[in-house]
Ligand binder design. Sequence first.
Ligand code: GMT
Length: 380
Amino acid sequence: MNIGITVYPTYGGSGIVGSELGKELAERGHTVHFISSALPTRLTQLSERVRFHEVEMMSYPLFEHQPYTLALATKMADVAETENLDLLHVHYAIPHSISAILARESLKPHRILPVITTLHGTDITLVGADRSYLPITRYGIAQSDGVTAVSNHLKQATADTFQFDNIAVIPNFICASDYSRRPRAELREELAPDGEPLLVHVSNFRPVKRPVDCVEILARVRGRGVLARLVMVGDGSERSSAEHRARCLGVDAYCTFVGKQPRIVDYLSVADVLLLPSEQESFGLAALEALACEVPVIASRVGGIPEVVDDGLTGCLSEVGDIEKMSADAAHLLSHEDERREMGRRARASAVSRYSTDLVIPQYIEFYERVIAASKEQAG
Ligand code: GMT
């Protein structure tokens, strides 16, 4: 198949999932055309089967904001024609599904161009649910030829908000060989010079991820006599608040903010426990990556997280903001090595047996084939 994929190139889990999906499809013999404003960060290598088409935008003094949605639609239609695309698969409903629908309609009746929209999370729960975007998000979803969501929870949230439930659940995935625990003695030594246990948090530091809670948890874990350190991986608007709180609590010397990192797997390989105290999380890709690296996850019982993390078996779940319980769970796991390692082994087994690329990528391919066949039948 010739597949057009659109993602947000620089930010967030939806971009990671879309980019990794493209690479996996290419490995299975398909040709993938990324259509985006910039090269997606995870796309380090282009090839005959992984191509990139940059959306060009003319600037004009009248435009206070450049109409990216229209420029994207134009590029999508152009690539569909020149590369003979079989379908467009967009990640994150707003505005990508709208651009794709415009492209599809502009090519009718001489070309069939099915549109598949994958819902990732805040495109439904935050942005899409806001009254300024709700009607157009509903339209984008309803007019797509196929819709997928990354968890059962997100499917239900979409049904509740948009009264639309013709959605296939296809979860996030991991490549089991890329995401596995490897010895990284130097990094461990650098982050925990006195052999301290390590808590790790990975996110884009938006308010919804509640990174300040991680610092609160560290202070309480240390207060319980477990002299752990915390590594904060990523960057975003809440980073300065988390740094400030660490200073206020007197734990800044035990907190390392390492910023955005290209190789998350290295940090997960030296982690003892992952903290994911999010307010919302439709799936929790960071949790899945940690589980695959044998790292138990302490997270909020929210959104799709309970589908990914088995409470008491592969991690510990708490209500959002319950930093006392999260701290107690973290202190317990960090001070019971055998139990933690056993949980880590179960975590990897669970991640690989449910979410490895070999299981999930074929689900996307089958879905594409079904949607293409239905679109052809509909067109007569
Ligand atoms: O934050 C978002 O909603 C956007 C999205 C992204 O692009 O970062 O994240 C979501 O998509 C990920 C990949 O499917 C999921 O693993 C995340 O749980 C989800 N984030 C939220 O729901 C907050």
